[in-house]
Design a protein around this ligand. Structure first.
Ligand code: SF4
Length: 271
């Protein structure tokens, strides 16, 4: 009996396929390594600091304690993802083949940038007043024997009467009106996973933008859940067809300038 191959979809993989099927293939099928960028590095460190602050007693969740944990969290981060240091110095080879030391001056610049983002977080909310249900939690659900939906949620809050609030931290600045619906898709996707798992539609979705201390909120309803499910199933079908036909067309856009695989993409290489 042949085993059914399970397609695992997260918001980022869906976004990759929609942006460009070839990009999806490089990442999800070929699993090509990607040199981390500075934004990703900053984002990972800020996320870790905000995750760890909620492991403290509520009275200890102060800005000073968050910032004083930066160096320790940096150590934890590079122990789990050593390649991240490549983002700090373009002369470091990628993937890493030996140990490198980053100068304290360079780290001080990074830590100062992180401090600004964490300060902006504290302008938005007071973590002493929040008791999260979970932080950095993997949520997943099998839509069928061949399709799993999954993702890591930065923070889930639950009120005493059972209302669920999904929060996602962004280290960039808030999008303008034209792009806010697109940005919210990620959280609607998480709302779908939670609805499938628990039969409850989350009350509130929040995108927390740390660069400009803005929050984008949305209250999803049954229609949103149905629309996201339909979209996920539609993309899953398209990916399955791409796999069957081994057809991963390129899709050139302005985003190609930020694509790590531009140097190997047939659209930008000549024979
Ligand atoms: S450079 Fe553009 S077209 Fe090529 S893989 Fe990347 S996103 Fe797709």
């Amino acid at each position: 009996m042949t085993e059914i191959e399970v397609l695992q979809l997260s918001p980022s993989r869906i976004s990759d396929y929609q942006q460009c099927p070839a990009l999806y293939k490089y990442r999800a099928i070929d699993k090509l390594p990607e040199r981390p960028g500075l934004d990703a590095l900053r984002g990972s460190l800020v996320h870790l600091i905000l995750e760890k602050i909620f492991t403290l007693k509520s009275s200890e969740r102060t800005f000073e304690n968050a910032i004083s944990s930066t160096a320790q969290n940096w150590q934890l981060l590079i122990e789990s993802e050593p390649d991240l240091i490549c983002a700090l110095d373009e002369n470091i080879e990628f993937p890493l083949s030996k140990e490198h030391t980053i100068s304290q001056d360079r780290l001080d610049i990074l830590f100062a940038e992180v401090k600004t983002l964490v300060a902006n977080y504290f302008q938005i909310e007071d973590p002493r007043r929040i008791e999260p249900e979970s932080t950095e939690k993997l949520i997943e659900f099998d839509i069928s024997s061949s399709l799993k939906i999954k993702g890591f949620v930065d923070r889930i809050d639950k009120s005493p009467d059972g209302w669920i609030r999904i929060n996602d931290y962004k280290t960039g600045k808030s999008p303008n009106e034209n792009f806010s619906a697109k940005a919210m898709f990620q959280l609607k996707f998480y709302a779908l996973v939670i609805y499938k798992q628990m039969g409850i539609i989350p009350k509130m979705l929040r995108l927390i933008y740390l660069k400009d201390s803005q929050i984008l909120t949305y209250e999803p309803d049954q229609r949103d859940i149905e629309l996201v499910l339909a979209k996920v199933e539609n993309i899953a079908e398209q990916i399955s067809e791409s796999k069957i036909n081994n057809h991963w067309p390129t899709k050139v856009s302005k985003l190609c300038d930020y694509c790590y695989f531009k140097s190997i993409c047939p659209e930008f290489t000549t024979n």
